[in-house]
Design a protein around this ligand. Structure first.
Ligand SMILES: [Zn+2]
Ligand SMILES: [Zn+2]
Length: 108
């Protein structure tokens, strides 16, 4: 390993499309992984979040800190969807979810 071992994941460019493919990009590679996403990972309180495949979720668990994750759903990358910590998923805001759950808006 040439790079320093820090607990903070190196963040790539924020992606503006709503694809649900793995965004993991090794520093030596020119492109993101691109496999179908399996997990939605929240990195920090700034709500930076990523889609990742099963293989790279294992790497993330060994290597980096994150504050929450859940299996990906169709709402995950939709603009305006909220990260629902208690329900372990993203979903569109509704009166019930706003009352019952700890919610944070995920930046598009
Ligand atoms: Zn991947
Ligand atoms: Zn999600």
């Amino acid at each position: 390993m040439a790079d320093a071992q820090t607990p903070f994941v190196p963040k790539g460019e924020r992606r503006f499309d709503s694809t649900q493919t793995c965004g993991y990009q090794p520093s030596t590679a020119g492109e993101a992984c691109g496999k179908p996403g399996a997990w939605h990972v929240m990195w920090d309180a700034e709500l930076d979040n990523s889609i990742t495949c099963n293989e790279h979720m294992e790497l993330i668990q060994r290597r980096w800190m994150y504050i929450d994750r859940h299996p990906i759903t169709s709402d995950c990358t939709m603009p305006g969807a909220l990260w629902i910590f208690l329900n372990d998923r993203c979903e569109y805001p509704s009166e019930t979810s706003a009352e019952k759950a700890v919610v944070r808006e995920v930046p598009a």
